[in-house]
Design a protein around this ligand. Structure first.
Ligand code: PA5
Length: 476
């Protein structure tokens, strides 16, 4: 159990360094103090907009850090049973119903969790199936024993084609193997009031966790969507909620320099206005690699819009999120960040104390080119390389900022999740768009229904067939 007295919490506070966004540090490509001060009014309004909407409509995610005592109890006892009974745990879900749980798994479990012998694992083998590539489903069925597997079907809407197609395949497999007992291997996580999965859960009496209707997929990580799988993995789920609550309580202020999420959103907004259309998140920790996937969805789906909040058209907005991993992508993307078009803001995620230490031993090989490495550690090397990349960008005046996590644990991840959710909400308010809809995704969902022959989508099917007829530019 994590020690969480006041002193410990304060020692776990995230730090945001924006020096390399500013002219005084990086030169003419940075923002002047005056430019930032001029944003004060708009930032305060964005803060107030988020405040006024907290807990309402699609902003019920703001309630999650402190309204889940009963559900946390239920999650913990169910997870304990799952750990005892099952050898495998498989999530069927997509988008906001998959990216977050996978990010938490990779961030906090052994990097080779599934390969560890059972005696060294506290939890079942863990898989997140967020695609419908037929090869992938068959590959999964090749390596698990379905009768020893708990399937957590996660879908907020309860009708997403990908997830429900996966569900049907698994339902069939389990029914053939276990008959009426198949229900014991299925746990549903879905909207509390609607959707096909809810109907099925009621009919077949699946254990069900509910997502409040005002919590959208990409803002649902701190709901049972993320908490239940994390609890199955033996993670301290109260830690996530306490970290989120701590961040919220500490920084819920309308002042740029007292509210880092507001400051970061404001800087991204200013950058986007100046043509920085690319938002790179670059963690320097393998465990955080998949956090960038979760973040990319949050940023892209929330902010890529062409309508104002009142429904009127506006010029398309939204930075394209790019995922990069330090140091791996230093040898892949950093050349472009330094010398390519100046259209990016890079946010580094760094870790002060890694959970692991790895010495580079003194082998006394006496090779001049590598002698300097001997006796140091990978911990020092990865930190030095992050500073070096930051420096390379600073030298050419490329804007970047750094978020430092004192450690990677449940509490700091709770802070980070909430930080990015707030940053997105503030950015949406600055852009005056609807952060919580996704009409572009819905269009694709409807077209899939039509193409797959769903009842009621005949007109759309007709429309699609006609477009296809017009296609002339196909090379075979
Ligand atoms: O953020 C969102 O709302 C979406 O990305 C959803 O998470 C995604 O489309 C999956 O939807 P659902 O959870 O309803 O299956």
């Amino acid at each position: 159990m994590i020690q969480r007295n006041k002193e410990w919490r304060n020692s776990m506070r995230l730090k945001l360094d924006i020096n390399n966004m500013m002219e005084k540090i990086i030169g003419k490509n940075g923002f002047t103090d005056t430019e930032l001060v001029n944003m004060k009014m708009q930032a305060t309004e964005a803060f107030q907009f988020v405040e006024d909407n907290r807990g309402k409509g699609m902003m019920e995610w703001t309630n999650l850090p402190n309204n889940q005592d009963a559900v946390v109890k239920d999650i913990l006892s169910t997870a304990k049973e799952v750990r005892k009974k099952f050898k495998y745990f498989v999530i069927l879900g997509i988008g906001g119903s998959a990216l977050g749980p996978y990010a938490l798994f990779k961030a906090l479990c052994h990097l080779h969790h599934n390969e560890l012998p059972a005696s060294k694992r506290k939890a079942p083998k863990f898989y997140v199936e967020d695609n419908i590539d037929p090869e992938r489903m068959n590959a999964l069925l090749d390596i698990i024993e379905p009768e020893k597997t708990c399937f957590n079907i996660i879908t907020k809407s309860g009708t997403t084609s990908e997830t429900m197609a996966q569900f049907l395949i698994i339902y069939d497999v389990l029914s053939k193997l276990l008959g009426d007992k198949a229900s014991e291997n299925i746990i549903a996580t879905t909207d509390s009031s609607k959707g096909a999965l809810l109907k099925l859960a009621q009919k077949y009496q699946y254990k069900t966790f509910y997502i409040d209707s005002g919590v959208g997929g990409r803002f649902s990580l701190l709901s049972p969507v993320g908490l239940f799988p994390a609890a199955v993995l033996g993670l301290d789920i109260k830690g996530f909620l306490q970290g989120a609550e701590y961040l919220d309580n500490t920084y819920r202020k309308p002042h740029l320099y007292k509210n880092p999420a507001l400051l970061a959103a404001t800087l991204q907004y200013m950058a986007e206005k100046k043509g920085k259309n690319i938002n790179v998140l670059m963690p320097y920790a393998d465990g955080l690699k998949y956090f960038s996937d979760w973040y990319a969805q949050l940023w892209a789906e929330s902010l890529g819009k062409n309508k104002k909040l009142d429904g009127s058209s506006c010029s398309p907005v939204g930075q394209t999120p790019v995922k990069a991993l330090g140091v791996t992508d230093q040898h892949s993307q950093v050349q472009l960040y330094v010398d390519g078009p100046n259209d990016k803001v890079i946010t580094f995620l760094t870790v002060q104390d890694f959970r692991s230490f790895c010495l580079i031993p003194r082998c006394n090989l006496n090779i001049a080119e590598i002698n300097f490495l001997e006796g140091q550690s990978l911990n020092e090397l990865i930190q030095a390389e992050q500073h070096a990349t930051e420096y390379a960008l600073f030298k050419v005046g490329r804007q970047n900022m750094t978020i430092t996590l004192p450690q990677v644990n449940e509490f700091t991840l709770g802070e980070l999740i909430y930080f990015f959710e707030l940053q997105t909400a503030y950015m949406g308010a600055l852009l005056e768009i609807d952060t919580y809809n996704q009409p572009g995704v819905e269009e694709g969902k409807v077209a899939t229904f039509a193409l797959m022959g769903k009842f009621g989508y005949e007109d759309k099917r007709h429309e699609l067939a006609n477009i296809k007829k017009d296609i002339r530019y196909v090379v075979e």
